[in-house]
Design a protein around this ligand. Structure first.
Ligand SMILES: NC(=O)c1ccc[n+]([C@@H]2O[C@H](COP(=O)([O-])OP(=O)(O)OC[C@H]3O[C@@H](n4cnc5c(N)ncnc54)[C@H](OP(=O)(O)O)[C@@H]3O)[C@@H](O)[C@H]2O)c1
Length: 308
């Protein structure tokens, strides 16, 4: 089998980085793009040495042909049901028909196998696709990376640099939360795509901290101790999110409505990794919490200077 890796979603943030790492690791990279795809991104990919196949996901024969000779299909698509369930299923069926031995679905999140249905809408969609994947005759590997580290720059309740607070839930002050940068996730996934012996699940975290550890880190990085703020129980938070979801039905058509963002925060406190596969591939390095927070602080200082 040629070592051709097919990437779907290569015009995206994770997808572009993944292609660069695959090429660096010596893989031949083929990507499927759509008529609607950003042409500047497609041109960039072409210039980097990637083979481009323009095909509609509705074109079964075209998609099967794109999958011919491929050793692993990696999906880094992002979207709602029509993408995560429908388009990924179309891609999966094409891969199976073309005889591709391996498939990596677009999971790249907290370990959703630990969560109940209804706790995170976007993870429920991944679970729906997981049922399709596991009924197929193909070897699958999911990469669970916790949250992408960049979410910390958005003043989410867990790290609010304006209010200088760290929100957590009852009994969770010492709960470890998993984070990985999108770049480190791409580097690891490139190795997993070229690893025929990869298991069903791979769990990584570039860094982990509990709310208490984060409070100590804020002293070192921001020069002040952010206040730990206990915000009731996780059960109360879940009930509040459910109420908000019911009151905002339009959010069902959006990828990241406010209640979905809260579901991500809930998931950080409801599921975490018990063991890590960070050392599976030698030579990878992981961006630390300290470096991530320093970058956030430097941005904050630069923005304040621009505003003056
Ligand atoms: N753990 C975390 O904190 C976290 C945070 C963000 C994202 N993620 C996950 O990481 C993965 C990659 O996300 P990303 O941020 O890289 O996404 P992104 O930049 O938005 O890219 C999405 C990709 O999906 C493709 N796509 C969208 N709709 C499509 C459709 N209907 N049919 C075919 N292709 C379609 C886009 O291609 P076109 O150019 O053709 O539109 C694009 O290449 C996703 O699983 C996402 O949920 C995780």
């Amino acid at each position: 089998m040629d070592n051709i890796i097919l990437v779907a979603g290569a015009t995206g943030d994770l997808g572009g980085r993944l292609c660069r790492h695959l090429l660096k690791n010596g893989a031949s990279v083929r990507v499927v793009v759509r008529a609607e795809s950003n042409q500047d991104k497609v041109n960039e990919l072409r210039e980097s040495g990637v083979e481009i196949v323009a095909v509609s996901f509705e074109d079964e024969a075209g998609l099967v042909s794109a999958c011919k000779g491929v050793s692993c299909v990696v999906s880094v698509l992002a979207g709602l049901r029509e993408v995560i369930v429908t388009a990924q299923s179309q891609l999966l069926q094409a891969a199976v028909q073309a005889g591709v031995p391996r498939f990596i679905p677009s999971d790249f999140c907290t370990d959703f196998t630990q969560l109940q249905a209804g706790e995170n809408r976007n993870f429920d969609l991944r679970k729906a696709f997981q049922s399709v994947l596991e009924a197929s005759n193909i070897k699958a590997t999911s990469v669970f990376n916790g949250a992408f580290a960049y979410v910390l720059q958005y003043d989410i309740p867990l790290l609010d640099t304006k209010a200088k607070t760290i929100t957590y839930y009852s009994g969770k002050a010492d709960w470890q939360i998993d984070f990985t940068t999108i770049e480190d996730t791409a580097a690891f996934t490139a190795c997993a795509a070229m690893d025929d012996t990869a298991p069903r699940f791979l769990r990584i975290a570039g860094f982990r901290f509990s709310p208490s550890e984060l409070a100590a880190l804020t002293v070192r990085v921001f020069g002040e101790h952010f206040k730990l703020k206990e915000q009731g129980t996780l059960e109360q938070f879940l009930a509040y999110i459910q109420k908000l979801r019911t009151e905002n039905p339009d959010g069902e058509k959006q990828l990241y409505p406010q209640w979905q963002q809260m579901q991500y925060l809930y998931s950080m406190f409801a599921a975490h990794h018990h063991a890590l596969d960070n050392d599976r591939y030698p030579g990878l390095s992981w961006q630390t919490a300290e470096i991530t927070l320093h970058a956030i602080n430097n941005n904050r200082i630069a923005q304040n200077e621009t505003a003056i």
